[in-house]
Unconditional design. Structure first.
Length: 202
């Protein structure tokens, strides 16, 4: 790809590093930014700087937050006896958009994947067990994507939780096998959380 300016080439190169963005789309975005007022690009730059420098993780659920505890964990309107275990913050956003779930979350930060060097020790499993040991949780929903890695992680968690005095459930299989949770449509995902089923691996 030929570039009329080294500055555009540098911008396109950086934008194209974003997931799902190819060189052509990156070029369109760079040219779009050039046409905007400088105040727009300044605001965008400031927002990205704030995002990268000030973002943190909730001390309770490990969700992305801008304070020690996220808005969901702080809310008095949430059912604190119900915790939905998800892979990452994208899944929290997807489930929240359904408007069907009113409990809390626990973000694992990934799934067990030996191929990627991710074992149970690399995930936020100990903090989940600490929350369970605190005694206020009555139900754990395993809301991991129905992939091999997701099912392996669900099985591992089930083995650790099955002797605890709580209910273990999972999303109803309205989510396609092998699909990613974040890409499920909101209606399907909403029905899956409402019609969740008890987990039984034995």
């Amino acid at each position: 790809m030929l570039f009329p300016s080294r500055l555009i080439e540098e911008a396109v190169s950086e934008i194209a590093k974003l997931p799902g963005i190819g060189k052509k789309t990156a070029m369109r975005l760079a040219l779009h930014l050039i046409k905007q007022d400088k105040s727009y690009t300044s605001s965008l730059t400031l927002a990205l700087d704030n995002l990268r420098n000030n973002i943190t993780y909730c001390l309770d659920c490990n969700n992305i937050s801008d304070s020690d505890r996220c808005q969901i964990c702080q809310s008095a309107m949430r059912d604190r006896t119900l915790v939905c275990v998800v892979e990452d913050s994208r899944d929290v956003i997807a489930l929240e958009n359904t408007g069907q779930y009113k409990g809390l979350y626990h973000v694992l930060g990934g799934v067990i994947s030996p191929m990627q060097g991710l074992g149970p020790e690399e995930l936020n499993i100990k903090s989940l067990m600490d929350r369970v040991e605190a005694g206020s949780i009555k139900e754990i929903i395993l809301a991991l994507s129905p992939t091999m890695e997701g099912d392996t992680t669900s099985f591992y968690l089930y083995k650790k939780l099955k002797d605890k005095p709580l209910k273990i459930s999972s999303l109803a299989r309205g989510v396609p096998i092998g699909g990613e949770l974040e890409y499920a449509d909101e209606v399907t995902l909403g029905r899956s959380i409402v019609t969740r089923t008890s987990v039984q691996f034995d």
